[in-house]
Structures are given as C-alpha cells and as structure tokens.
Design a binder for this molecule. Structure first.
Ligand SMILES: [Zn+2]
Length: 288
C-alpha cells in the first residue's frame, strides 16, 4: 500500500475513490439523537439545516475486472428533487471521475450496490437521448442482496421516499441484476458482509490481502463522525441493530488495522480507526 501516490493496492487490485457528486441531507436526520451543538462542530449545517455530503463510490480494478461499489445519485432526477437534496455535479461527476483512470461506463464489469437507496444506486440507470431509462453500465453485472431488492419493491411508509423503481426496473428488464443471498466471497479477496440495521440486507464490501483490509462502510458508518458509537442516523430502521453491528465491526477494524472507507463523509475518504477510552476515534486519515 502506498499512500503518497494516492494509489492503494490490495492484493492484485488497485483501489480508487470515485467522487460522483455532492448533496446534502438534514443534519438532525443524519445524527439521530445527537444534539446539534455536538454535530455542528464536526459538520456545520446550511440555512436549511442541511449538511454537505459526498457521493463517493469505490473503484476496484484488477484481475481483468473494473468493479464499482455504489454509483452515486445519478443524473435523471428533476429540478425539485435536485434542489431538496442540493444535488451538485459541478465539482465531481461519475464519468469525469472514471475518465481520470482511463475508464468509461462501458468498461465497468461489476457494480456492487450496498442497497437501493437513491443516494447509493441512483447512478445505476440514466436517461438516454430519447428519454428512455437505461442501465448506465451496459456491460456490467450489478449485485444486490435479494432481501434488499424485495424491500425496495415494497418498502415501509418510513423509508419509501428513499426507493424508486427507476433505479432497479431497467436492470431487471435488461437481465443485469444478480441477487445475492447473504455474505460471500464474490471474488478472491473481495468479501461481501451483510448488515441489517439501516435497511434490510445492506451489503458492505471488504477488500483484503494478508497485510491490508479496506471496508466500504456504506450507510453503516456514512461519515467519519459516525465512528462514534451512538452517532446513528435517524434514517435507520433498526438503530439498536446498527449499534451492535457498528461496535462489532469497529472492534475488528481497530484490532486488525482495517481502513474504513466513507461514502458520504465531506471531511475524509477513509481512516484507520483506533480505540479510545470512550469507544473509537478516526485515528489516521487516509486519502485514496
Ligand atoms: Zn441508505
């Protein structure tokens, strides 16, 4: 692993953060029971109480594959939706971030979707020149947990605003979506972990060799501020389940010196967490 050149290598894979854009969500909803006086010191809110967030995918290249983990919020939403969520592709966009690595959407072989919330899987489909919804990565196999797809098709009133059929129906029609049942080793050195607190069967991706492990944390630990145990999103369906899952993963990560990769953090792409008297802290900040 070489931090100086911004290239992280794990086994035969090269890993790169792919910044697909920026958006904002209500700070209170992002931090659940944590009072604003605490969270605003970490990430200040705008005049509508929203905090700035990234839409950071992960590219894993090697062994003849270009694997993308999550694909951002996409470009097919209307102006009203874009203004509610302050969607901004002026600094970062999926295509331009891929092109920095000599890739286009056609070169992506696999898309591992943590879950079908619109800020994780919105980039899976796009509008073509004729206004038809089509898969963004026509040559890729997309992976989702079967339970999460089932929930996305029939969500609860609490979280139905986070799902839209436009993000998965075109994939099903094109026969590009593969459903996984539980944790597995998808490819050598690329492991799928499954957690249940945020949404049914969210899948996290762990890339490992004998020296280094990196975990794509998805919405289990969406920002570096959420490394603190009780900092749990109000969006979570089962916050106590999230608490147990976070603790278990942070304990392992601290003991085995994993790199944690944050999908939404505006402060850092990744860190190597450490134990503290109160729980856990970000420790060494890592750019990827
Ligand atoms: Zn989510």
């Amino acid at each position: 692993m070489n931090l100086k050149t911004d290239t992280m290598k794990i086994g035969s894979y090269e890993l790169h953060a792919i910044e697909t854009g920026e958006f904002a969500l209500d700070g209170g909803a992002m931090f659940g029971i944590i009072p604003k006086v605490f969270w605003e010191k970490k990430i200040p809110a705008d005049d509508k109480n929203r905090i700035p967030l990234r839409l950071r995918a992960l590219l894993i290249s090697g062994n003849g594959k270009n694997i993308l983990v999550d694909d951002g919020i996409g470009t097919k939403e209307d102006d009203k939706f874009s203004s509610i969520y302050k969607i901004d592709h002026s600094r970062f966009a999926l295509e331009s971030s891929l092109s920095k690595h000599g890739l286009s959407c056609n070169d992506i072989t696999d898309v591992i979707l943590t879950h079908f919330h619109f800020d994780h899987a919105g980039g899976s489909t796009k509008l073509d020149g004729k206004g038809n919804l089509v898969p963004t990565f026509p040559n890729a196999t997309y992976y989702i947990q079967r339970k999460n797809l089932q929930w996305a098709k029939d969500p609860s009133e609490k979280d139905q605003a986070s799902f839209t059929k436009a993000n998965f129906e075109p994939l099903l029609e094109a026969n590009l979506l593969k459903e996984l049942d539980g944790p597995c080793e998808l490819y050598p050195g690329i492991e799928i972990l499954v957690v249940e607190g945020h949404t049914p069967a969210q899948q996290l991706v762990k890339v490992s060799d004998e020296r280094t492990s990196l975990l794509y944390c998805g919405d289990l630990i969406p920002t570096s501020a959420h490394v603190q145990i009780p900092w749990i999103m109000g969006y979570d369906n089962h916050p106590i389940t999230t608490l147990g899952e976070k603790k278990r993963i942070l304990e392992k990560a601290a003991d085995e010196k994993w790199v944690l990769f944050f999908e939404h953090c505006p402060l850092m792409a990744a860190c190597r967490p450490v134990r503290t008297a109160k729980g856990f802290d970000c420790g060494e900040k890592i750019e990827i």
